[in-house]
Design a protein around this ligand. Structure first.
Ligand SMILES: Cc1cc2nc3c(=O)[nH]c(=O)nc-3n(C[C@H](O)[C@H](O)[C@H](O)COP(=O)(O)OP(=O)(O)OC[C@H]3O[C@@H](n4cnc5c(N)ncnc54)[C@H](O)[C@@H]3O)c2cc1C
Length: 406
C-alpha cells in the first residue's frame, strides 16, 4: 500500500448522504484525508439523481423525530449552500389538496403536525384559493405550504464532491470503485474494491440501496433489511404543462410511508407526475420488469418482507395495477387535476427508494444511523434525506469527531 491510497476515513457511497458527510468532516477537520468510494462512473446515479427534487418543509414528520429536526435544519443549510454556490432552486410553495370529505380529518392532522414542527406560513385554504394558486386543480380544502421548494439534488451532490476534493489535496472522490469487503487490522482497515485495496482508519457506510449489505461486510448484523420500492414518473407534455404551476400533492394515506403521486414542477424544466411505490425485484432496477435473481431471493427469504406483504397487500396490489396501466395512473392524477387527458401525460423515468424494513414487517420511518468502534453505518435515509442531507452530514461528523476521536 503506498501513500496515495492511505486515508483516515473511507466513505462508501457517492450519493448526497456520503458526500454531505464527507464535506462536513472536511470542514470541521481540514487535515483529515478522506476517500469517497462510489461504484458508478459518476456520483449521484441512484436515489440522489432519481428523486422528485423537492426541498421538503418538514410538514409530515413526527415532531421530535430525527426526520423533523434534520429536515428543518438541512433545508435552511441547503438554501444557503445553493445560494452560495449558485445552484438554481426555487421556493415555489406547494398545496396539499383534499378532494373528498373523508380526507379532511387527515388534512387537519397534517396541518397540526406542521404547526407543531413550526413550519412557517402554513395556511388552510378553500376551493376558491386553490383555484387562484392552481387554476386546473379541484379540491374541497387544502394546506398551502409556502416554504417548499425545488432543486436538482444531483447538482448539489456534484458541488459537494468538488468541494471535498478542493478542501484538501489528499482527498479523493473515487468513482468506478465498488467496495467488496473490509479486512480489519489493528490500526487500520483494508478496504477491498474492484480496483484494488486502500487503507483507512475508519469507514462510513452511506451506500443507500446497498447499505445493509455493506454493513454486513463490516460484520454488523443490522436488525433491518433494505427493501427497494420503485417509483415511476410520467411527465406532462409541453401543451399540458400550463395545467400545473407549482407543486400539487394529495392527502397521503397515513398508514403508508409514501406521499402519494403528486405533480412537481422541476427546476430543470417541465412537470413530472409521480412517483408510485411498488416493490422492486431489483435494488437498482429502473424498468417496470427489472429483475435480479440474487436481490429477489435475498428479499423473499426475509420474514419481514412477507409480514409487510400481509400488512399492505391491498394497497400493494393497487400500486402494481397502476404501475402497468397508464389509464389507472391517469385516474389517480385526475383526482387532483380532473381535466387531465391521456394525451397530456407520457412515461418518463423511475427511481428506487431504499426503505429499511424490520423483521416484524414494520417499515422504519425515522432515519437510522448506527455506530461501531471504527465505523458508522447510515442504515435508513429515505425521503426527506436529500433535503436533510447537510444536517445528516453534521450528525455523522459529530459521531465521527466524538467516537473516532478526530
Ligand atoms: C423516487 C424518489 C423520490 C424522492 N423524492 C425526494 C424529494 O423530493 N426530496 C427529498 O428530500 N428526498 C427525496 N427522496 C429521497 C432521497 O432521494 C434519498 O433519501 C437520498 O438521495 C438518499 O441519498 P443516499 O446518498 O443515502 O443514497 P444514494 O443516492 O442512493 O447513494 C448511495 C450510493 O452508494 C453507492 N454504493 C452502493 N454500494 C456501493 C459499494 N459497494 N461500493 C461503492 N459504492 C456503493 C451507490 O452507487 C450510490 O451512488 C426520493 C427518493 C426517491 C427514490
Amino acid at each position: 500500500m503506498n501513500g496515495s491510497n492511505v486515508f483516515d476515513i473511507a466513505v462508501v457511497g457517492g450519493g448526497i448522504i456520503g458526500l454531505s458527510s464527507a464535506y462536513k468532516i472536511v470542514l470541521a477537520h481540514p487535515d483529515i484525508r478522506i476517500a469517497v468510494l462510489e461504484k458508478e462512473e459518476e456520483v449521484a446515479m441512484h436515489q440522489t439523481g432519481r428523486n422528485s427534487g423537492v426541498i421538503h418543509s418538514g410538514l409530515y414528520y413526527q415532531p421530535g423525530s430525527k426526520k423533523a429536526g434534520t429536515c428543518a435544519k438541512g433545508r435552511r443549510e441547503l438554501l444557503t449552500f445553493a445560494k452560495r454556490h449558485r445552484i438554481p432552486c426555487d421556493i415555489c410553495g406547494k398545496i396539499v389538496v383534499a378532494t373528498e370529505e373523508r380526507e379532511l380529518a387527515t388534512l387537519e392532522m397534517i396541518l397540526q403536525n406542521g404547526v407543531d414542527n413550526e413550519i412557517e406560513g402554513l395556511e388552510e385554504i378553500g376551493p376558491g384559493q386553490i383555484k387562484e394558486i392552481e387554476p386546473y386543480c379541484e379540491g374541497i380544502a387544502a394546506i398551502r405550504v409556502p416554504s417548499t421548494g425545488i432543486i436538482d439534488f444531483a447538482a448539489v451532490a456534484r458541488k459537494l464532491a468538488d468541494l471535498v476534493e478542493k478542501k484538501n489535496k489528499a482527498n479523493r472522490i473515487l468513482t468506478s470503485h465498488k467496495v467488496e469487503g473490509f479486512d480489519r487490522h489493528d490500526f487500520y482497515t483494508k478496504v477491498r474494491t474492484d480496483q484494488g485495496a486502500l487503507a483507512a482508519k475508519y469507514v462510513i457506510n452511506c451506500a443507500g440501496l446497498q447499505c445493509d449489505r455493506v454493513a454486513k461486510m463490516d460484520n454488523v448484523a443490522p436488525e433491518m433489511k433494505i427493501v427497494p420500492f420503485r417509483g415511476d414518473y410520467y411527465e406532462l407534455t409541453d401543451e399540458a404543462t400550463e395545467k400545473v404551476r407549482g407543486l400539487i400533492y394529495p392527502v397521503p394515506d397515513p398508514s403508508l410511508p409514501f406521499l402519494g403521486v403528486h405533480f412537481t414542477r422541476m427546476i430543470t424544466g417541465g412537470v413530472e407526475c409521480g412517483p408510485n411505490a411498488v416493490f422492486s425485484f431489483k435494488r437498482e432496477g429502473y424498468g417496470k420488469t427489472a429483475f435480479d435473481m440474487g436481490d429477489t431471493i435475498d428479499a423473499l427469504s426475509y420474514l419481514g418482507l412477507w409480514r409487510m406483504f400481509m400488512k399492505y397487500w391491498r394497497s400493494g396490489l393497487k400500486e402494481y395495477a397502476r404501475a402497468f396501466s397508464k389509464k389507472l395512473f391517469l385516474r389517480q392524477l385526475q383526482r387532483l387535476v380532473p381535466s387531465l387527458q391521456d394525451s397530456d401525460i407520457r412515461p418518463c423515468r423511475a427511481g428506487v427508494r431504499a426503505q429499511a424494513l424490520e423483521r416484524n414487517g414494520n417499515l422504519i420511518d425515522d432515519f437510522r444511523i448506527e455506530r461501531q468502534t471504527n465505523s458508522i453505518h447510515v442504515l435508513n435515509a429515505p425521503s426527506p434525506a436529500a433535503t436533510a442531507a447537510l444536517a445528516i452530514g453534521d450528525h455523522v461528523n459529530e459521531l465521527a469527531t466524538r467516537y473516532f476521536k478526530l
